[in-house]
Design a binder for this molecule. Structure first.
Ligand code: NAD
Length: 354
């Protein structure tokens, strides 16, 4: 079999995975970095968790910033940066989902302070060197190695309190990272292997979760780690462009938007990438990848339409405009404005769903 030319480069992240081990792992990583002025970033709902995990750090903790907002508004980024400067933080400890990690990244971008990330959702931002900041409804993203966390501490028990709907949609957000890793700009043979394993773990975890298996979250978080890893390595494409554009413009829930858009993009691209579609079908344990994904979404009770995540019908033309603004998008199949209109129209009301 021919191996196409490829480029592979790895990035240095220290990852610790262990149920019930977060406090111990956080302490060890902070000590390894010899951090003396730790700034904790957290959302309000996670303050008790943060207190428990950092109790052993004593006076190494100098401040806590709990004003994290979804999609990292520019004002929040500025407020977090001011806090970091005021307390002369030498390490940012982020305990939360992608919005918390994103706020930590906003600090690291300008202050070049190391981040330790303790994820409490399955978003995967902790494994990437991508930052995102929203100004006037437009989300800007970019890459910068300074924002890549130096260490990541995974502990599936931290997801116990995550609302059921977010647990499921966040898993589909992770699955989207894996799916796009197959056709991302830096995809290579290794990322495809890891992406397929990520999809398999996430799909199996979601089915086990549906059966009420309490340890299914371990599999979901392991899948989300693989997803973040390949997302960072392979890069993203059409799917992420659509979700970011819509999320920023309409302030949509990030994970729910991914859940609605992913099967549409997969169905659109599948004819152009038959080998990928076959690998995804195998990983999803189904005959047809897009249909299997739709069935899994339906089975988990996750949102299936843009209407459900918060777009009104009269906003659809604007939705097409904000995504069309990003065209041409590098994609296995050409994306015309018409194609986009059809894709978003179908995502709006779910008429094409199996
Ligand atoms: P989030 O961080 O916005 O969290 C959603 C809500 O869940 C918040 O109210 C939060 O307080 C709450 N929450 C988080 N963990 C909880 C827990 N364990 N128990 C109870 N409540 C909990 O959601 P998200 O989906 O993790 O992140 C979305 C953001 O991350 C978006 O802005 C997205 O663009 C970004 N993101 C970035 C990357 C990247 O590589 N840069 C990757 C994925 C996502």
């Amino acid at each position: 079999m021919t191996i196409e030319p490829f480029l592979y480069s790895s990035r240095a992240v220290n990852v610790r995975f262990g149920r019930g081990r977060a406090a111990e792992n956080v302490r060890e990583v902070v000590e390894t970095h010899d951090a003396r002025r730790v700034l904790i970033l957290v959302t309000r709902s996670q303050v008790a968790t943060a207190d428990r995990l950092t109790a052993d750090l004593g006076d190494r903790v100098v401040a806590r910033f709990a004003d994290v907002r979804e999609h990292v508004p520019a004002e929040t980024a500025e407020a977090a940066r001011r806090t970091a400067a005021k307390v002369q933080a030498d390490l940012v400890l982020s305990i939360g989902g992608g919005s918390t990690t994103g706020t930590a990244k906003a600090i690291a971008m300008t202050a070049h302070i190391p981040i330790i990330a303790v994820p409490t959702t399955l978003a995967g931002s902790e494994m990437t060197d991508t930052w995102g900041i929203t100004t006037d409804g437009r989300k800007r993203t970019g890459k910068d190695l300074h924002v890549l966390p130096k260490a990541v501490v995974y502990d599936p028990s931290l997801l116990d309190g995550l609302p059921e709907r977010l647990k499921v949609t966040s898993s589909f957000n992770a699955m989207a990272h894996c799916v796009e890793a197959f056709w991302g700009p830096r995809a290579n043979p290794l990322t495809s292997v890891v992406a397929a394993e990520g999809v398999r773990r996430l799909a199996d975890g979601l089915r086990a979760h549906g059966r009420g298996d309490a340890r299914s979250v371990d599999e979901l978080q392991y899948g989300s780690f693989l997803a973040g890893l390949v997302f960072a390595d392979a890069g993203s494409g059409l799917h992420h462009k659509i979700c970011h554009a819509l999320g920023g413009a309409f302030n949509l829930p990030h994970a729910g938007t991914h859940t609605v858009i992913l099967p549409r993009v997969l169905r659109f691209n599948a004819p152009a990438v038959p080998e990928t579609a076959a690998a995804l079908a195998t990983a999803l344990r189904t005959e047809d990848a897009a249909t299997g994904l739709e069935e899994l979404i339906t089975h988990t009770g996750a949102p299936r339409t843009l209407r459900e995540v918060g777009i009104r019908e009269d906003e659809l033309p604007v939705a097409v405009d904000v995504v069309a603004d990003k065209l041409p998008i590098d994609n296995p199949r050409e994306v015309t404005r018409d194609a986009l209109q059809q894709l978003l129209g179908a995502a709006y009301d779910g008429k094409d769903l199996q």
